[in-house]
Design a protein around this ligand. Structure first.
Ligand code: ADP
Length: 208
């Protein structure tokens, strides 16, 4: 790791709010990298998938609704997801920034997030998009399904549907941020540490 990156990490010298959309298809490694980014940059990690799974586990009304979509590999409706995400953000008034993982997944969600952040006097700093080819994604997800207990990771046809939904409904969110000059593509194949360094370098570069 280069000296400049080490200094950032050691002294934590990014002082303005840092809001990152970590983007990429299912299985791209968003969860793994989020954890490392949170530890390093002291951000709050909001994973809509994790929040839905927490609600499913606790059999909340939201969980029961979300499960009916998630089990098929489809998206939970925008309105439900947006309301949930906004309520989560408001739980952390002192956050130095957020990592949005799994959100926004549609243009409507991206527009809602921009509006919401603006009304809270902040904005998305950048979108980091992990690129991984489809066959690699499928094998990673099937492997994860062996011990994650996630129903949507064990059935190849559901995995393929999630990737199809990503290509048809979610990938366009990249254009949304590209138009704002905030989109960055990152090779998501390699060691966890190498990918982390690719992501961190962009964050550091953008905050100079
Ligand atoms: P992955 O990206 O690995 O497929 P996630 O844990 O991010 O997994 O999401 C699992 C499921 O949760 C999705 O397939 C979808 O049904 C639901 N979900 C998560 N985030 C959103 C979102 N922003 N909008 C709609 N549905 C979502």
């Amino acid at each position: 790791m280069n000296v400049f990156l080490q200094a950032i990490i050691h002294y934590n010298i990014i002082d303005k709010m840092l809001n990152i959309v970590l983007f990429g298809p299912p299985g791209a490694g968003k969860g793994t990298q989020s954890q490392k980014l949170v530890d390093t940059f002291k951000l709050v990690h909001l994973s809509t998938g994790d929040i839905f799974r927490y609600n499913i586990k606790n059999s909340t009304e939201l969980g029961i609704l979300a499960k009916s979509f998630m089990d098929k590999g489809n998206l939970v409706p925008d309105e439900v997801t947006i309301n949930m995400l906004e309520a989560e953000v408001l739980k952390y008034p002192d956050a130095k920034g957020f990592i949005f993982d799994g959100f926004p997944r549609t243009i409507a969600q991206a527009e809602a997030l921009d509006k919401f952040l603006e009304s809270n006097n902040t904005s998305i700093s950048l979108m980091l998009a992990l690129q991984v080819d489809e066959e690699e994604l499928i094998s990673r997800l099937l492997l994860r399904g062996k011990d994650s207990g996630r129903a949507d990771d064990t059935d190849e046809s559901i995995i393929r549907n999630r990737i199809k939904v990503y290509n048809e409904q979610t990938a366009v969110a990249a254009d949304f941020y590209n138009k704002q000059g905030k989109f960055h593509s990152i090779n998501g194949v390699g060691s966890i540490d190498d990918i982390f360094e690719r992501l961190s370098s962009i964050i550091v570069e953008k905050n100079r």
